[in-house]
Every structure is written in C-alpha cells, then in structure tokens.
Design a protein around this ligand. Structure first.
Ligand SMILES: *[C@@H]1O[C@H](CO)[C@@H](O)[C@H](O)[C@H]1NC(C)=O
Ligand SMILES: *[C@@H]1O[C@H](CO)[C@@H](O)[C@H](O)[C@H]1NC(C)=O
Ligand SMILES: CC(=O)N[C@H]1CO[C@H](CO)[C@@H](O)[C@@H]1O
Ligand SMILES: [Ca+2]
Ligand SMILES: [Ca+2]
Length: 618
C-alpha cells in the first residue's frame, strides 16, 4: 500500500515539474507609473516628492501592483518637468535626497514592489555640466552634442540653420549658440540639447549612469524617447508632408532622418547586454528595460530582438496601440483587430504588453469615456503579458480640463498662446492624485498645489472607493487576484467581436480553467451567446463582474444567453479544466512510464523482502 502511495506521490510531483512555470517577474506583473510631482507631497510645498511616494507605497501593494516606474526624479531645471536632466546621478532637491531614495528602495523591497527608473538618453538639460563645457569648446566635451555651423545665409550675415528639421515641441530643431557661434540640435525644447551618440564617449558615460542606479537597487529602466537617439550624420533635409501646411509643426515633415535609425537598435541591444551582465555578476532577479518609441510595427518589434534573431533588446517595447488605435468611438471589431495586431506582429516566445496611459496622454476615463473605465482596466489586467498603467486609472480619475492660462505649467502648452494652449497641454492628466476628501484630495497641505486638484475629488478618491461595496478600485483588486491564475499568466488568447459593441476573448491553458472576458463597449443592453467560441461548455460561472453589472460572482448562466448591461464587463469560466490527457505529451508519458517501472520494481522487491521476513520470524 505504502508503495502505491509513494508511486502516486512521485508521479504527481514529477508532473508538476512538467508544468513548471518559467515566467519571470516582469512577464506577468503590472507596471504602475508614478508621476512623482503629483503623487504625494510630504512637506506641504504643493509638489509631490520621494518621501510622499514612500509613505503611499502600500497603496500599490493593495492594488496588487508588482512594479512601479517613476517619471524622472533627477536634478533638473524642470523646463520639461524632469525630462531635462542636469545631473543624471543626483536627486532633484524639491523631490528629496539620496537618503530618501534609499529609503524608498528599502520600503519597496519590503513590500515586494520593484522600482523602475526613467532614463532619458536622447538629451540632457542645457544646464548639464557636459553641455556648458561643450558650448565653451572644451576639447573633451566638444563633440558631446550635435553641433553644426549651419548654411551660409544668402542675404549675408549669420549662417542659417543647417536644414529644415523641426522640434517635437514646435519650431526649428536648431538653436544658435552665440558663445560657440554654431547651432546645436534639440529634438525637444531648446533647453534639451540632443546628445551625440556618434561619439563613443557619450555612450560610455550614459552606460555608466545605468550601472550607477542598478547598484542602488533599481530593477530596471524605462527608456524615454529612444527612437530619437540618432540623426543622419550628413544632416540632410526631411521631406515635406503636404497635408500639414505649418512649417513649424512637427507633422510638417516625414521624419526619415531623425527617428528610428538602425543605429538606435545597436545601442539598445548593447544596453540589454549591460543589464544581463549586471545580473550575472551581481545576482538577483532580472533587471529589465522598457522602451518608449512611438513607431510603426516593424520598428517597434525590432526592439525585442535583431532582425536576424542573434541579439536581444527591450523586454517591454511599449505597446501604445490602446492609446493610438482605440478610443471611445472604437467598435468591438476595432478592439479585436488591435489586440490581434500586437499578438500577430510579436516574435514568438516574447512577452506582450499593453500601455493604457501615461502623463503625455489624456486619462483613460477621458479618452474612452468614464463609463468604460472598468472595461479598460479589465483588459489591462486580463490580456496576455505585462500591463502598464498610469497612477489614478485604478480609481478612474479624469482629466482636469479647467486649468487657466495663468496656472498652466506644461512647456508644450506654454510655448503656444492663450487661445490654443489647452489643445497642447498635458497638464489635465497630471493633476494631483486623489487620495481622500480632505483638503487638496489628501495630496498636500499646501494652500496652492503645483497644478489644481480636480474638484471631483470630493467623491472620486481612493478612500471612498475602498469603503464602497462596489467601486472601480474594488473591481481592479479583484481582477488582480484573478490575474494570478495560471491561465491568465501563461495562457493563449482568442479574440472575437460578437456584435458591433460586444468584444470578447478566451484565455486558455492546457489542463487549466478556461476564462472568457466579455465587454460591452456600448450604451445599450446586449444579449449575446458565447457559442461562437466553440470551446466552452454549456454553462458558465461568473468569476468577476464590473460594478455596473447585474451579474454577481458565482452565478451560473447558460452559454447561449449572456446579458450585458451598458458598458458592462464580465469574466466567466466554464468550470471545466481542459480535458486532462494522460498521453499526448512526451514529458507526461516518460514520467508515467518511470512511475510504473518504479512501482513494479519496488513491488517485486517488497514482495520478496516480506516473504523472507515472514520465513525468518517463524
Ligand atoms: C514602417 O516604416 C518603414 C519605413 O517607412 C516601412 O519600411 C515599413 O514597412 C513600415 N512598417 C509597417 C508595418 O507599416
Ligand atoms: C474653473 O476653475 C476656477 C478656479 O480655478 C473656478 O473658479 C471655476 O468655477 C471653474 N470652472 C468650472 C467650469 O468648473
Ligand atoms: C511618455 C513620456 O515619457 N514622454 C516624454 C517623452 O520625452 C519627452 C522629452 O524627453 C518628454 O517631454 C515626454 O514627457
Ligand atoms: Ca513636496
Ligand atoms: Ca537625438
């Protein structure tokens, strides 16, 4: 008898080995972007800071988030709110000190939350020591930036710009330096001079920055505006896009010479090696790279690996399709197509990711409509791979569109005029985080916060949603819990547009429960059948339902008559694990045979042993 138990035990244990999960932390987690300036203010100056983040980290834990990426916290004149860095290895004083940063890392470790830093390699601030020396003609730093004499002026006088390039933030990409009597390139604001990556010394210095923070305990980087790293060396004009008549506008040119150059990828593959080597020499978990590039599919996929497959690059090349290709007007077919698009383009064996929002784009509830926040959060948490989300989306914060010209902070808006600034402003999605119903939403005790708090904070805040029976946050937490299921972590996806407004997908994994996520994008009640999926059983059990749903957890309904409330989102399982097949998989077969042989041999042995024993005692 004992032998039999032993064999069964052996069999099951070995089987588990067959199914062993080989996913690393970053492949299944949700990355939560914190915009430090707006998250939590610890000292009452109206500006968020590191101590504030540390004191509120438990919120991330409660939300079920495994990692956070912080927008830049480095020393900066704050022309572009930290994306203009004057010292890559120190902390911006209004955000705190290096000790505060160490405390943040320690607290995060304690809570099991990984910290990812923003890395801004394309440009430094014009107040960076390197630029000051470069402008002064210091031989060591002379070629740290992209300098040009410009072209002779046909009318005489100072040379004109070397070419027609424009900055992402409007106007010429060239700025004249009176000191050096040359132009320097800036793809963003003129206070953000582009570093010259054709100078190996620059690459080396920037790689050292990566190592500096890795040693401090960060788990990786989110790399900013990476596709802007290189420009063609001969600085030739870019072709004009006739549909955009304004020669100062970024859309006026086709950016063939200033973005997505092949050289970018070599730098990325090199930085991947740096991260992998760091792990090899220092141990610990994999340090990762997330890359930000608003590029087409061909260019985006190349961040994963080189075309010939010999070099690895970004772990998470940001998938911006949920920002660029979908919005509140999208139909179920648009959703199905967009999800499939990423899955189809992605090279086999890599990890998908879904970026729901960030500090450059309107908030999810504003982009898709407040009614759809639960559905979009549900997608983030149940699609395959990693989710990337922005602080505040878990409670459905909305843009604060009532920001006066006087209160406007974003350079992209300030560079324009009082009539049009709101069209360019990124301030609406950057207003302070809404913690509770106290002064300034619990963000700060200051009389005036750096951006005005959205007045809806009285009702819309974390505290209220935690106390409510049903809320966006409660649903979010529930989905985070569900997400731990192996099917969500490891399973495949099959998408279907069931009607014009009902978008659904199956998540399946061999020998595990199958789940169906069903979303009503429209404002009418919808009756649908999930039979088109074919692989589901006849009865479905509700495992999670949006706060607006008429369904509740545990309810059993027939597959052919699913009723969805307006903007509803329901997750079902058919309760039946995929039929377990004893054979059909070499790993299982081998293990079964080994177990049988062991059972056989030990039975023979014990029979023999027992017989002898019996004889001897007689
Ligand atoms: C991306 O752009 C490049 C260059 O313009 C082009 O060759 C490539 O086909 C494009 N890829 C897709 C998927 O559109
Ligand atoms: C906009 O904000 C100002 C104060 O910043 C306030 O007086 C005004 O009532 C607000 N307008 C709307 C439409 O909310
Ligand atoms: C989403 C994001 O980080 N966008 C940044 C891209 O880079 C420019 C320049 O560094 C910033 O202004 C954006 O905020
Ligand atoms: Ca502060
Ligand atoms: Ca550049």
């Amino acid at each position: 008898m004992r032998i039999l138990f032993l064999s069964i035990f052996l069999y099951w244990n070995l089987l588990t080995a067959c199914d062993a999960k080989d996913k690393e932390w970053w492949q299944t987690t949700v990355f939560y972007q914190i915009y430090p300036r707006s998250f939590a203010d610890s000292n009452g100056d109206g500006i968020g800071d590191l101590k504030g983040i540390t004191s509120r980290l438990s919120h991330l834990k409660e939300a079920g988030v495994g990692a956070t990426w912080l927008s830049p916290i480095f020393k900066s004149p704050m022309v572009d709110f930290g994306y203009d860095i004057s010292d890559y290895e120190s902390i911006q004083p209004e955000y705190g000190t290096m000790e505060d940063f160490d405390e943040l890392i320690a607290k995060a470790k304690e809570l099991g939350i990984k910290i990812i830093l923003d890395f801004v390699p394309n440009h430094s601030s014009d107040k960076h020591e390197w630029f000051i020396k470069s402008e002064a003609g210091d031989p060591e730093y002379k070629d740290y930036y992209v300098w040009s004499d410009g072209k002779p002026n046909p009318n005489g006088g100072r040379n004109i710009e070397p070419n027609n390039w424009v900055s992402v933030f409007y106007g010429s990409a060239w700025e004249w330096s009176d000191k050096r009597k040359q132009y320097y390139l800036h793809q963003f604001t003129k206070q953000q001079p582009d570093l010259n990556y054709r100078n190996p010394k620059v690459l080396e210095r920037m790689s050292d920055v990566l190592t500096f923070w890795l040693k401090k305990g960060v788990s990786g980087y989110r790399i900013d505006a990476i596709n802007h790293l290189f420009e063609v060396p001969d600085l030739v004009d870019e072709p004009v896009n006739i549909f955009d008549k304004d020669p100062k506008s970024y859309g006026h040119l086709w950016h063939y010479n200033t973005v997505d150059l092949m050289e970018v990828y070599d730098v990325i593959y090199g930085w991947r090696d740096l991260l992998d080597d760091f792990k090899k020499t220092n141990g610990g978990e994999t340090r990762i790279m997330m890359t930000e590039a608003y590029a087409n599919m061909t260019f985006t996929m190349r961040y994963y690996e080189s075309d010939d497959g010999t070099r690895k690059g970004s772990h998470i090349p940001f998938n911006f399709l949920m920002i660029s290709d979908l919005n509140g007007d999208s139909t179920a077919r648009d959703f199905a197509h967009t999800v499939s698009k990423w899955m189809n383009y992605m090279p086999v064996g890599f990890t998908a990711n879904w970026v729901l929002g960030n500090h450059d784009n309107s908030r999810v509830a504003s982009r898709y409509g407040v009614e759809r926040i639960d559905a979009l959060n549900a997608m983030l948490l149940t699609l395959p791979g990693a989710g990337v989300t922005y602080n505040g989306e878990e409670i459905g914060m909305v843009d604060n569109k009532n920001i006066s010209w006087k209160d406007t902070q974003d350079p992209a808006a300030c560079n324009t005029n009082p009539d049009v600034y709101m069209k360019f402003s990124r301030d609406p999605e950057r207003t302070p985080f809404q913690w509770d119903a106290t002064k300034n939403a619990g963000f700060s005790t200051a009389d005036k916060t750096w951006l005005p708090v959205h007045p809806n904070y009285v009702d819309l805040n974390v505290k209220a949603q935690k106390e409510a029976d049903k809320s966006h946050f409660k649903f979010y937490q529930q989905l985070m819990e569900l997400r731990k299921h192996e099917t969500f972590q490891d399973g495949t996806i099959k998408v279907l547009a069931l009607t014009r407004n009902v978008f659904a997908y199956l998540r399946e994994l061999r020998d595990k429960d199958t789940f169906a996520v069903v979303i009503n994008l429209g404002g009418n009640v919808e009756h649908v059948s999930l039979e088109p999926f074919r692989r589901l059983r006849n009865k479905l059990k509700v495992v999670a339902a949006a706060p607006s749903s008429q369904y509740h957890e545990g309810l059993i309904i027939p597959i052919s008559s699913v009723t969805l409330e307006p903007y509803d989102c329901v997750i079902f399982t058919d309760g039946a694990k995929n039929q377990k097949r004893l054979f059909g998989d070499w790993c299982r077969e081998v293990i079964l045979i080994i177990s049988l042989i062991v059972t056989f041999i030990s039975s023979i042995y014990s029979l023999y042993f027992c017989t002898c024993h019996n004889i001897n005692t007689k």
